[in-house]
Design a protein around this ligand. Sequence first.
Ligand code: PEP
Ligand code: MN
Length: 359
Amino acid sequence: MQFKPLVEKEAGQPIIIAGPCSAETEEQVLATAHALKDQKIDFFRAGIWKPRTRPNAFEGVGKVGLPWLKRVKAETGMKVTTEVAKTQHVFEALKHNIDLLWIGARTTVSPFAVQEIADAIEGVDIPVLIKNPINPDLNLWIGAIERIYNAGIQRVGVIHRGFSLVGNSSYRNEPLWQIPIELKRRFPDLTIICDNSHICGRRDTLADVAQKSFDLSFNGLMTETHPDPDNAWSDAKQQITPATFKELVDNLVIKNAELDGEDLVSIEALRTQIDGIDNELLNMLGKRMEIAEAIGLYKKAKNISILQPVRWNEILEKGIVKGEEKGLSEEFIAQFLKAIHQESINHQMEVTKPSMIKK
Ligand code: PEP
Ligand code: MN
């Protein structure tokens, strides 16, 4: 796939999308838009159709809100975007000259729904942003990108809005940064936007998450803004005023995404050292597996089970203490040692499995 930029921008300048979670009233939409119009906003967002977890919650104003977005364009000059989830939404949005469509997280999980949208926009030259699916499945996300791309859309980008996981977290949706990083590694020219609002679910961490995404070379930001956030009809806890949004953007440090010649020389020696260490780590891991296999054969001869919980616990506890001395987090050490331990078990299983019956 070969993607084109969503909009023409000066190199390194982020794409900024702001506006309310939902269009509520014509006054609220226009008040937000006028308060944002001098902030170099690339697209004004407002949800017209809202996918809500439970019925009877506010499900968006529906198509009556589309002329309000037309007024935003006419009065402020900003381009506008809204979420589409089915054919009818696409047709209505196109009829009202919406400049960019986005596909929501609950839609990306369904290949049928994404294909329906792809079929509806086939042959139309409009940029489309695809939010990650709510579950951390990179292939499902890529599948949605392919469906839209195959409909002839080259101005495709993605929005990272975090993943819904069970358990306590300070995030509304876990960022699991390694997933968008891997997406960017596979598709370097794909525009990737951070939706800090849905990742955070609260106001006080929005700036940190936005900065983190820029440190990871994201190409833009989408933030929910509302003139009276506490009284918003949806996602009240995470919305901020246009003035607070201006402050957030003004304080962002945008780093140069590409290394130039001088940078490369300066970090070359350090990178060589890193490569050497990675190489050593892999050699050591290979050796560790050979030893694990020898133990596996011994266990087989003596009929001893492969998993030895006491020993494993000892390795983990010692590792965490040692790791902390070296400034490595408990979370990292636990993940690292669990992966190594699992690989050792796999090797032991392999060498101890009953020999294949010869034909
Ligand atoms: C939204 O952007 O308002 C929205 C519904 O987001 P998501 O699809 O990420 O939940
Ligand atoms: Mn929202």
